[in-house]
Every structure is written in structure tokens, then in C-alpha cells.
Write a protein that binds this ligand. Sequence first.
Ligand code: 13P
Length: 335
Amino acid sequence: MASAELKSIALKMVARKKGILAADESTSTMTKRLDSINVESTEETRRQWRQLLFQTPDIGDYISGVIMYDETIRQTDDSGQSFVDLLVSHDVISGIKVDNSTHDLAGAPGEFITEGLDGLRGRLAEYYELGSRFAKWRALLIIGDGKPSDYAIHTNAHALGRYSALCQDQGIVPIVEPEVLMDGSHSIDDCLSATTRALNAVFAELDKQNVDLNGIVLKPNMVISGSDAQNRAPAAEVARKTVDCFLETVPSDVPGIAFLSGGQGDEESVVNLDEINKIANSEDLPWEITYSYGRGLQAAPLTAWLGKPENVSAGQAAFQKRGLDSSAAREGVYA
Ligand code: 13P
């Protein structure tokens, strides 16, 4: 596909005031989320949950695109309209998770490799037909005990490169997600070092594999203290170190950066994004900076819903609140 078309989709994904809803939990992850509110996970309850989110009346004001799971992109709302068409009616772009999850990396105990490259070209062609215009692939890197190893960084970067090139061949914008996990007691500087190494490796591979940087969206972690660290760095330090890390590693051709929330608390994920965009507002950074949150957008509405039909409006109101707060933070005007 022409570079201009990929770029225009990527720019729409990171449009002002909007971000991406990650609603692409695998069936096992969604089952854990539903278990937490004592709702049995079935194809129907998962459909009801995603319908609640996608039917929120003003979703298009703060969501540019939704990442779905294979089951979800084939589902319909109660009226029989496909979720893809429902989202189009709100001017929201459909996307699809195409990796087959993380697996033990051979020869590197405690580290992971993301699988799913075999047959990917054919799957992407089918997802394009189903209406998907972007995709997601998540690589997972762990901090601690000498991790992440150069080996884990390199093999995951190589897979992200192969996935990205295939997506662009099929007219699909790749979300490139090298997540350095927040779990652990490491310092923010450990995260800075691991994130810098990971991003340098990813962009070296994208370059070698002829990926057009104008037609990708980067989905990174913030540079942040481990969730169990003794003295967790405040938002201003998170923002400064995150921006400095990206200035060193992310080429200016990349249209946008959309953060994962990665288990940050609801308020934390919004305040940190707000601080980062306050810097963006004053320093004229080359990329748009927004959110691609899963838990950060869904945790509050899930608890408001509790699987009860009479709570659908309350769930949608909670989703709207998280969306509007994230949208304000995307503009750097939340606090
Ligand atoms: P979280 O925002 O919950 O980290 O999920 C985003 C995502 O898509 C992870 O792959």
C-alpha cells in the first residue's frame, strides 16, 4: 500500500484529543477480568462487555481506534450490526491483535518470545477484509537478574520487524509494542536503561526490514519505577525521563506514540500522560503522544457494570469518564 495511505491511517489513530482503546484481551485474559466481577466468561458475556463499550454514545470523541481480538472482530451488537460497522458509525477505526501471545524463550529462562508469524500474511488479508486497518503485536521484556538479555531484546525486535513489514504489505498499520514490564521492584533508571536498549533494537530492525516509519504507531511503556519499588519516581520525573528516552531512540518520522497503561493505577496513568504532554506542549516534539490503554480505560467501567443489564448505563458513564480524563491528559490539560 502507498505510504501516504498508511500514514493517514496512523495519523488518524493518534488524532488530537483521542487515543486507542485496547479491547483485545485474549479469551483467557478476559476470563480473568470477568472472574474479578464474578461473571462467567462465555462468548456471550464477552460480547455483552465489548458491546457496552462500543455503544457508549460519545465514544468517538475520545477514542480513535479499538484493538479487538479475533473473536470480537467477528461479533455483532444486539441488532445484528457488526462491531466493525458500529465503530465506523462513530468514526472509530477497527484494529486487531495478531500475535499468538508470549511463550518461553528457549535458552533464556524467565524470558519470553511472542509467537504468531507463521501464516500471518493470510490472516492479515482476512482481517483487512473484515474491516481492520491496523494491527497489534506485543513483545514482552522483563527487568531483573540480568534481564532483559540482549538475546531477548534482539529476537523480539526481529519478530516485531517481520510483523510490521507483513502488515504494511497488506495495507495495515502495525502498532509496534515492545513492553518493558512494570512488575518488580526495579528503579526508574533500570526501566530507562531497558527501554532505551529495547527501542534502539526495535528501530534498527524496522530499518533493516524496510518498514516505513511513517506508517506505524509505537506502543511503548512509560519510563517508570517498578510497581513494587521502594520510592517510586513522581510524575514529573517519569515524564522527563520518558521524553528524553524517546528523543534518543524514536525517529521523528514516526507519527505517533500511544502508551500502554501496563498496570498503572487509573489516576497514575492519566497524571503521567498529562505530564508527558505538558512537556510536548512546551518543547514541540516530533510525534503525537497519546494513550492505547486496556486496563486504564476498562477497569472502572467493568466494576460499575458487574455483568448486570441494569448497570449498562453506569458502565458506559464510567468508561466515558475514563475516556474524557485520558483525552484531557493527551492534551496536557488534565491537572
Ligand atoms: P494495558 O493498558 O492494560 O497495559 O493494555 C494495553 C495493551 O494492549 C497491552 O498489550
